[in-house]
Design a protein around this ligand. Structure first.
Ligand SMILES: [Zn+2]
Length: 129
């Protein structure tokens, strides 16, 4: 078996690291399959793909939770109630309750909040728009 660039894959059990958004990472130990010695490419043996995808979805959930917690912390730091934040950033009164439960997310709101978290003095300008 070969990788995309023609490198021969070697069969064995190797720890596979999943790097996900927000710099989180998780390692699935001793994944059995065909591993590329150069890149992270791997052809899983039967059943191993499931172990990997379970670890990946657990990591995604963790990342969602972290993002939700971070949003809540920034909103509180800015002294906004959920309903006020929903009016200010759009999405309606329940938007922030949804974001902070991890029910949904909005990329531009996340970016703007992170920015305001670093520069809270700009909140007044946003409120004046
Ligand atoms: Zn490769």
């Amino acid at each position: 078996m070969q990788c995309d660039d023609g490198t021969l894959l070697g069969h064995g059990a190797k720890d596979v690291t999943i790097i996900n958004i927000d710099t989180l990472e998780s390692t699935v130990s001793a994944v059995s399959g065909w591993h590329c010695p150069v890149c992270a490419e791997c052809e899983f043996d039967d059943g191993e793909g499931q172990r990997y995808s379970e670890a990946l979805s657990a990591l995604r959930k963790l990342a969602d939770k972290q993002r939700a917690n971070e949003l809540r912390a920034i909103r509180k730091k800015l002294g906004l109630r959920q309903a006020d934040a929903g009016k200010l950033f759009g999405g309606g009164v329940s938007a922030f309750s949804d974001y902070e439960c991890g029910k949904k997310t909005d990329k531009s709101t996340v970016l703007l909040l992170k920015l305001l978290g670093k520069h809270p003095e700009l909140l007044r300008e946003v409120q004046g728009v």
